[in-house]
Each structure stands twice: as structure tokens, then as C-alpha cells.
Design a protein around this ligand. Structure first.
Ligand code: SF4
Length: 278
């Protein structure tokens, strides 16, 4: 069974790795960290990934790779948008490129699905994907063999893999520059939790923008003018704009309408607009 997701811009989650460590302010109230703490001791991949400190929950820095989860998407019949590693970061430095090869081999085989990889480490993602055709001619076939498959790779970049990075404020804007040159069918930004204004956002090379406020206890506020400014920049650059949520302590009450409507725009792929019902 796929892990169905309540995240508005995806259908399901797939976590071939678990655990992480903080990168920047956007990680302070990391949802995955809180959930991993809740699951600690239940033997489902989160043991030892978190610890309690005087300031509250923190990651230990342990990141686990789960070979037994690699084939999961191959058993999902209904085509889905799949968020890769909602509970981790595929491009965490601890995750070897050999393991990333296996994740990509799975995504190549499960080509009825769209895979959405979101990272706060786009430089490492760019380093990995800069290997270009070498990946599918030399490295991915070895990974296929590890998965017990003999399929041939003929595609680079994989048309069903979208690559994204998270940006919370202007200090993190170098991540946009890191993702811009990556060869991918869709390059996207998740501006969540949005913690400050991002004026005059340069969206050259970007195919999709998601905006969201932080939610849960201790949620930091997001101002409306930060959101409308990004929405207007998306219009100017003709980039689809997806408004996920206002967030806050009571996320449900605050909803996801901006100026009286929802904004669920998605990238256009091969002439087809993927709607949230896809
Ligand atoms: S990179 Fe993502 S998963 Fe890792 S600590 Fe930061 S917000 Fe959490």
C-alpha cells in the first residue's frame, strides 16, 4: 500500500531513508523530526534518529537507508505523485550515491508515477545529477541489478522525476541558484516555512513554486504581503503558483485561501496540466 499523503501538492510519500540533521532556520520546527520522535522505539525505521535536549527534540544525525523499501512504488498500481523522503533528505551527506542510484533505478522502473524529490541540500543533488548520461549508462544499470531487475535505462534526465529545493528566507536563496542548472523535467521551489520576504524572486529556470506558512506549536508567522509578492513574481515569470497553507497553530482554521480563492497551479508536462486530482 502506498502511504497516502495529506500534503496538498502530492498524493503519496515514500521514505527509502529516515533521519536527518538541521541545515538552517527552516529546520527549527521540522515536522519530520517531531514525527520521528513520536515513532522512536516502534521499530519502523526511526529508532535512534532523534534525542531529547534541553531545547527539546533534535535529530541525532543518524540517517538510515532502507533497502527493503526500495521496491515499494513498483507495487502501486494507480499512478501517483510521490513525495520522496518526507521524513528525511535523500541528499543528506550520509546517504551514499550508491544508495541514491538505487532510488533512481526504482523511479525509472516505476515510470507510471511522478516522483517529487525535495532537498535542502541542492548542491549535493546537483553534484549527483551532473554525472549526466554516465548515470544511466554505467551507474544505474548496476543499481538495477541490485534491485533484481535487468531493465535498461534510456532516459536522462528521468522525465518522471521532479527536483525541488526548500527556501525559507533570503539567506537561503543560494539554493535556488544551485537547483537552476540541474537537468530535470521540472525544477521546483518549496517556499515553506516562509519566514521572510523574498522580493524580486529570480525564477529563471524554475518551473513551479509552492508557498506555505509554518504550522503547529511555536509556528512562526507569515505575512500576506510576502505571499502576494511571490504570487505576482510567478505571474510575471509565468511560473505555476501553488499556495499550500497559511499555517499557524490552528492550520485548519487558517485554511489555504489567498484573496478569496485557492491557488493549485501545477507544472505543465508534455502538454498536460497535472491537476491536484490527477
Ligand atoms: S532538511 Fe528537511 S527533514 Fe532535514 S531537518 Fe531540515 S526540514 Fe527537517
Amino acid at each position: 500500500m502506498a502511504a497516502n499523503s495529506s500534503i496538498e501538492w502530492t498524493d503519496a510519500t515514500w521514505n527509502p531513508t529516515t533521519g536527518c540533521s538541521r541545515v538552517s532556520k527552516g529546520c527549527d520546527n521540522c515536522y519530520a523530526m517531531m514525527m520521528a520522535r513520536r515513532f522512536d522505539g516502534q521499530g519502523n525505521g526511526y529508532d535512534d534518529t532523534t534525542r531529547m535536549t534541553k531545547r527539546g527534540v533534535d535529530w541525532t544525525g543518524v540517517v538510515k537507508t532502507h533497502e527493503d523499501r526500495l521496491r515499494q512504488p513498483l507495487s502501486w498500481r494507480k499512478p501517483r505523485r510521490v513525495f520522496v523522503n518526507s521524513m528525511s533528505d535523500l541528499f543528506h551527506p550520509i546517504v551514499s550515491f550508491d544508495f541514491v542510484d538505487k532510488v533512481f533505478a526504482t523511479m525509472a522502473l516505476a515510470d507510471s508515477h511522478v516522483f517529487q524529490i525535495l532537498t535542502k541540500r541542492p548542491e549535493r543533488m546537483a553534484e549527483y545529477l551532473s554525472a549526466g548520461k554516465e548515470l544511466w549508462t554505467r551507474r544505474w544499470p548496476e543499481a538495477m541489478e541490485c534491485l533484481g531487475e535487468d531493465g535498461q535505462m534510456t532516459d536522462f534526465p528521468l522525465s518522471n522525476v521532479w527536483v525541488g529545493t526548500s527556501v525559507e528566507d533570503q539567506e537561503a536563496l543560494d539554493r535556488v541558484d544551485a537547483i537552476r542548472p540541474i537537468s530535470a523535467s521540472v525544477r521546483f521551489l518549496s517556499l515553506e516555512p516562509l519566514l521572510g520576504p523574498l522580493p524580486n524572486l529570480d525564477l529563471a529556470g524554475i518551473d513551479w513554486v509552492i508557498v506555505g506558512g509554518e504550522s503547529g506549536p511555536g509556528a512562526r508567522p507569515m505575512r500576506k504581503e510576502w505571499v502576494t509578492q511571490i504570487r505576482d513574481d510567478c505571474r510575471d515569470w509565468q511560473v505555476p503558483f501553488f499556495f499550500k497553507q497559511w499555517g499557524g497553530v490552528n492550520k485548519k482554521k487558517n485554511g489555504r485561501k489567498l484573496e478569496g480563492r485557492t491557488w493549485d497551479e501545477m507544472p505543465e508536462i508534455a502538454g498536460e496540466i497535472l491537476t491536484s486530482e490527477a
